[in-house]
Design a protein around this ligand. Sequence first.
Ligand SMILES: Cc1cc2nc3c(=O)[nH]c(=O)nc-3n(C[C@H](O)[C@H](O)[C@H](O)COP(=O)(O)OP(=O)(O)OC[C@H]3O[C@@H](n4cnc5c(N)ncnc54)[C@H](O)[C@@H]3O)c2cc1C
Length: 788
Amino acid sequence: MLKAMLGEAWLAMGANRLRTALTMLGMVIGVGAVVIMMAIGQGAQYAVQQTISTMGSNLFIVLSGSFTTAGVRSGSAGGPTLNVADGEAIAELDGVANVAPTHQGSRQLVYGSQNWSSQIVGTTPAYLEARAWSIVNGAGFGDSDVRSSTRVAVIGKTVAENLFGAEDPVGKTMRIQQNPFLVIGVLGSKGQNLDGRDQDDTVIIPLSTAQRKVFGTPFLGSVRMIMIQADSAETMPKVMDSVTSLLRQRHRLRDGMPDDFFMRNLSAAAESEAETTRTMSILLGAIASISLLVGGIGIMNIMLVSVTERTREIGIRMAIGARQKDILSQFLLEAAHRLCCRGRRRHFLRLVSGPEGGAARPDRGAALPMRAGRRQFLLAAGMLPLVRPLRAAGERVVIVGGGWGGLAAASHLRRLAPEIDVVLVDRQSAFTSFALSNRWLVDHGNSSIEKHDYAALAARWGYRFVPASVDSIDRAQRTVNTSAGRLPYDWLVLAPGIRENYAAWQVNDPQVVAELRQHYSGAMLNAADLPTLKKRLAGFKGGDLLMTIPPAPYRCPPAPYERAMLIAWWLKAQKIPGKLVIIDPNPMMPAFKSILLERFKAQVTYLDHARVRQIDPARKTVSTDIDDIRFDEAMLSPPQEAAGLLWQAGLIRRDAGGNHTGWADQGGLDFRSVADQRIFIIGDAAGLVSPVFGHYPKTGHVANRMGAIVARQIAASATGKTHPALLPESVCHVVSSVEPLEYTRIEASYRQRGDGFLMQQVKQVREPNPAGEDSAWAEAMYRDFLRP
Ligand SMILES: Cc1cc2nc3c(=O)[nH]c(=O)nc-3n(C[C@H](O)[C@H](O)[C@H](O)COP(=O)(O)OP(=O)(O)OC[C@H]3O[C@@H](n4cnc5c(N)ncnc54)[C@H](O)[C@@H]3O)c2cc1C
């Protein structure tokens, strides 16, 4: 019956095609007008709300007052009436969530051959919290940076793009007013603010650094603006009153005297903008409803004509037995039919008006912001972003080795793909850092070494830690076999570092190896050995102190020379009647040549291009190509190679002759194992990356960058995307002279040649006035994987 009626309706529509088309057109235009107008209104509202949310909530600012010289008035924020102490006092008030004293201005930035003018904001860490501004790469600065005026910077997306292009800015040094600033983080994108200014075109630096190095201030501690965030919208008026009374009291303003500061409620300004768009959206809806009403009346007319025209047909139907109900159903079915056709068009309209992703995005500067219905959006393109995390959920990344590489991979994965299960495995219970350790060994300056429990790190970042040794990898089953049981993986990151090859010195007995490690370790394998080495050095009262340098490649190329120079200085300063005997199979690093061979001539015997052949611990003697050398104390560092796990898993590279090279076989851009695309190999264990220069330097900096790069790749692969290749870089600050104190900054950067080969550029910069750049570098690195 229904089928027959539908057929009838279809025939009737076909018989009056023009009328049907006009009816449908009326419906399409009427409903389409409502949809488009509402979409425009909601889009505008959404755009304003997005912009407001980028400013932060419950915010107001206090600007310093104006001053007048020779009748010329400066305007707001012109005079030095506010200072940092005002900010500290405001922070004590009830209802205040964050206070950020701020000094800002425009300055030229320089990096390499690029330059860019940007807004520099000198402030405190509370600024980012108040503005709800996240850091997508690297880390922000802390209160200690503000206290010690360190030259570190967090940059916005626009600055990163214009100054650094495709390079990763974190860890790079740019210049602001001739002052070098280390970039420690990149801010998430906020787009334009309500007055159209690009909020991402900004550089945020510690307030004290801005005052001392960038803007200078005639009155130390004075600031132009204090940004204040109230606990909630309700408490805001009360907090503003309290701030006014506090400042009047602090500035000793008597009754009747005007305020010497200006206060602006950012939230109120933003809300009034939002209110305007809300009103506009209602207006647009009302206009569209009128057009729908007009369209509807038109359709009613056509339907009336249709019924009048078909009275004969109705009569015949009733004569052969149709009831009133059947006639009504027939016309309703026809209307429904038209509605369906129109509905399909409406669908189309909604789709062309764009998904939510195409709704007003301040950063894209959409000309006509639209926000169409959510259901259509999800049905069309919107399911994709939902499907991707679901696909990644349940995947597991196992990271073996919690050194600089493994910890960076874990922390970056947490940030990039929270839905992925990240498990870190290490046989030690804590991470100890080698960075800056040579100074600590001889108590130079106030250096210290970083040590962190893995369990605490895992809890801090939100990944899992398994304290176990990984004995083997079953690549077919995608499982690692650990001393604590089997661990399946979807992706495996191997960052196990190095092993020392005593067999190259003809020592094959494991017991002798253990004894040598216990008594004469050079502490190059495991930073946890450093305290023992320090004790041994403290107990050295004279004689020959032997130091062997491993043949290249070995970890941290300048480290042995820096250590040698500092120990020579220490022998001299402590007046210890001893000599440091250095056996070096490599050419000496030029930065240390004159100082070791000339300034510490009395403390150092340097054996150039000498190779250890054998060692006899009982006789305390090493045999070299040249001679046998006796020692009283020793720091032995045999040749290095990739950690044992990579050998077990068959992931070591062979040369053209089929011999093991000693290092892993992985890509130089993606760090995927050549043998298994589900395995990434990073850090010091990595092998040859370029026939032009060989290996990336085995430094913590490079290991950290590799960790970050593979995290991006895994996060992308797990969600079905691809990630563009990124290259690591390395920065090393070494003490190259103690008296006078001088540092050398060794920077290595990489690029891919047209033929695909990687090129390396190494720059050595002497820093006669280092001013804590080494500790600022270390702090920036540690924030990336130790301190969220
Ligand atoms: C004296 C010295 C000074 C240095 N100074 C600097 C510096 O100033 N700046 C800099 O950038 N670099 C410096 N480095 C180099 C830096 O320390 C290394 O490049 C960095 O540690 C390499 O990190 P990694 O993640 O590859 O390996 P590692 O840090 O060695 O970490 C490997 C981890 O894997 C674990 N592991 C290994 N095998 C297994 C297994 N089978 N099962 C479970 N766990 C396992 C180990 O316990 C270890 O925790 C220095 C090195 C030395 C020796």
